[in-house]
Design a protein around this ligand. Structure first.
Ligand code: NAD
Ligand code: MLT
Length: 534
């Protein structure tokens, strides 16, 4: 499979992908149009913040399965369209937060003490230090907008500078403000009016884009300093320019511009204009927040692993999947496996259209995060009938588009098993259910097949036989399979009542042809013989 990397990531990440058997093209500095021309060739794309993975690109990306965002913000990715198309979006939100927080604090020092300007003047032979008299951070009020991962690290660091830290974040519980010793502002206006330093750490959303404009800047203290190391455009650049010119804003440290220049072009190739670049009281860094060796390494290796896993159809904590509290997916793995297998059973053995699927979690699963297990079951259910691209990301949407109702429920009472996953399929005329369990942490078993009790360890190839419970059938099945050169690895029978119906799960070493299945169906007393591939 082919992966295109359009922005620089750590070499270790690229090596990991190549060593995992992927073909990787690193093509930096492509224009959007150039990327449109070639995107169809690729199964995955790895970007940072500049490449726009928008609807137009996704339309052309006929083979795209994964978008890897090396970094945190996903405002350059049309996640909704990706989800609709079953494209998995992964990012690395934790990998560069320290780097970004340190840069924001560094910019705060710079705008209070004019360090870059003084350095530049000194290099020109101008050492008149009285031109660079600044202010101390000590004792001043720092206003943080967005007390998330980076905002809270910045809060801790600025408190270490003896600043009084206040924050505005309407989506964070009061506990977090208390934990970081940060005074909560109920409104943005309150923060703007009180702060000597304003540092912004929100994502770029329709709500936050332009959240600091002319009106907001007019509410700020005269001589406020502003740092934006989050996303270009959170502070309206025109309004900031005017406020910096008038002196209402004494200085600004800006890591992110709107729009952003290319970070790979040489100066002579760069055609970037921004009035902010003309002002002496602005410090501009080239989206440098995540650019430390540590963060580069973390981000590059992390995104490479995620993209490789997603391409290999392993479960990854994708952006466009339900949020999970536990990021350690290994604990969930056996449940995901059995759920997917249970899902796969229905359309490999039955034909009636399913109208409703109920996923019932019993025993100690009842208080676990079951949403991804449900997605795994749906992925399995759809797999035999939808051949392309059904995955954790689009399975629920596909089910909805097919008009199939999904119900999830939990039941904490259970006698025999410590946990049980049941999938109940409702058609126009009947209900059929299959159940499975996990024991000893990783042993998976199918324990109920349409009402027949089993204790069956699933294997890749199984013949499911439904028959009348009468003597001689097992022998004939063995004879037919033996004569056809098919080795039986394991076999299990279950019957309702003596002389009524029974089912057999026959685990075989490989594919069984339709002809052989037909021979089995022709045995007197066999009602059905189907192949289940897990
Ligand atoms: P995060 O999701 O952990 O935190 C964002 C916080 O903003 C959340 O607590 C959220 O509740 C809050 N928020 C959302 N809307 C808000 C609003 N209208 N008003 C106030 N608060 C609001 O994100 P993070 O990992 O801390 O990243 C913060 C920003 O930094 C993002 O924009 C990210 O893209 C950017 N970033 C930049 C760099 C860089 O190189 N400069 C590096 C990493 C991250
Ligand atoms: C991020 O969101 O992770 C940062 O903006 C860093 C980057 O993309 O380079």
């Amino acid at each position: 499979m082919k992966i295109i990397v359009t922005e620089r990531i750590a070499e270790e990440g690229i090596n990991h992908l190549r060593e995992s058997g992927f073909e990787v093209d690193v093509k930096l500095g492509l224009s959007h149009d150039e990327l449109l021309e070639i995107i169809e060739d690729y199964d995955a794309i790895i970007v940072r913040s500049v490449t726009k993975v928008n609807a137009e690109l996704l339309e052309k990306a006929k083979n795209l399965k994964v978008v890897g965002r090396a970094g945190n913000g996903i405002d350059n990715i049309d996640v909704e369209t990706c989800t609709r198309k079953g494209i998995i979006v992964v990012n690395t939100p934790e990998s560069n937060i320290m780097a970004a927080a340190e840069l924001a604090v560094g910019l705060a020092f710079c705008v209070f003490r004019n360090i870059p300007q003084a350095n530049a003047a000194g290099r020109r032979g101008d050492f008149r230090r009285n031109r660079f008299i600044g202010n101390e951070l000590d004792g001043k009020v720092a206003g943080i907008i967005g007390l998330g991962r980076i905002g809270s690290i910045v809060a801790t660091k600025l408190k270490g500078c003896n600043m009084k830290v206040i924050a505005y974040d309407p989506y964070i519980a009061d506990e977090k403000f208390k934990k970081y010793g940060v005074q909560k502002c109920e409104t943005l206006e309150e923060l703007l009016r009180k702060s000597d330093l304003i540092t912004i750490h929100t994502p770029k959303t329709s709500e936050t884009y332009g959240m600091i404009g002319e009106k907001e800047l007019a509410m700020c203290k005269e001589g406020v300093r502003i740092v934006n190391a989050a996303r270009g455009g959170l502070v309206n650049e025109k309004a900031l320019y005017d406020a910096l010119k008038s002196g209402r804003v004494a200085g600004a440290g800006i890591d992110v511009l709107d729009p952003e220049p290319s970070y790979d072009k040489k100066p002579e190739e760069q055609n970037y204009k921004n009035p902010l670049l003309e002002l002496d009281n602005v410090i501009i860094t080239p989206h440098l927040g995540a650019s430390t060796k540590e963060a580069n390494y973390n981000v590059g290796t992390c995104v490479a692993e995620l993209v490789a896993d997603a391409l290999n159809d392993k479960m990854v904590a994708a952006v466009n999947m339900p949020p999970m509290k536990h990021t350690d997916l290994s604990e969930l793995k056996p449940y995901l496996e059995i759920a997917e297998m249970l899902g796969k059973i229905y359309y490999q053995t039955e034909k009636d259209t399913v109208q409703k699927i109920e996923v019932i979690y019993s025993g100690d699963l009842a208080d676990k995060e079951t949403k991804v297990i449900t997605l795994s079951a749906l992925k399995g259910f759809l797999d035999p009938i939808i051949k392309e691209k059904v995955n954790y990301v689009n399975a629920e949407l596909m089910l909805k588009n097919m008009g199939i109702q999904l119900i999830e429920s939990t039941n904490s009472n259970l006698d025999k098993y410590t946990n049980l996953i049941t999938l109940k399929f409702t058609t126009k005329t009947r209900q059929l259910a299959v159940s499975g369990t996990v024991f000893a942490k990783e042993e998976i078993r199918i324990v109920d097949f349409f009402g027949y009790k089993l204790d069956f360890e699933p294997t890749p190839y199984i013949i499911a036989i439904q028959n009348i419970d009468k003597p001689g059938i097992i022998g004939q099945i063995g004879t037919i399979l033996g004569a056809s050169g098919i080795n039986i690895a394991a076999m299990q029978w279950s019957r309702n009542r003596k002389g009524e119906k029974a089912v057999a799960f026959v685990s075989v070493d490989g594919e069984v042809s339709e002809e052989v299945l037909e021979l089995l169906r022709n045995i007197n007393g066999v009602l059905k013989a189907t192949m289940i591939r897990f």
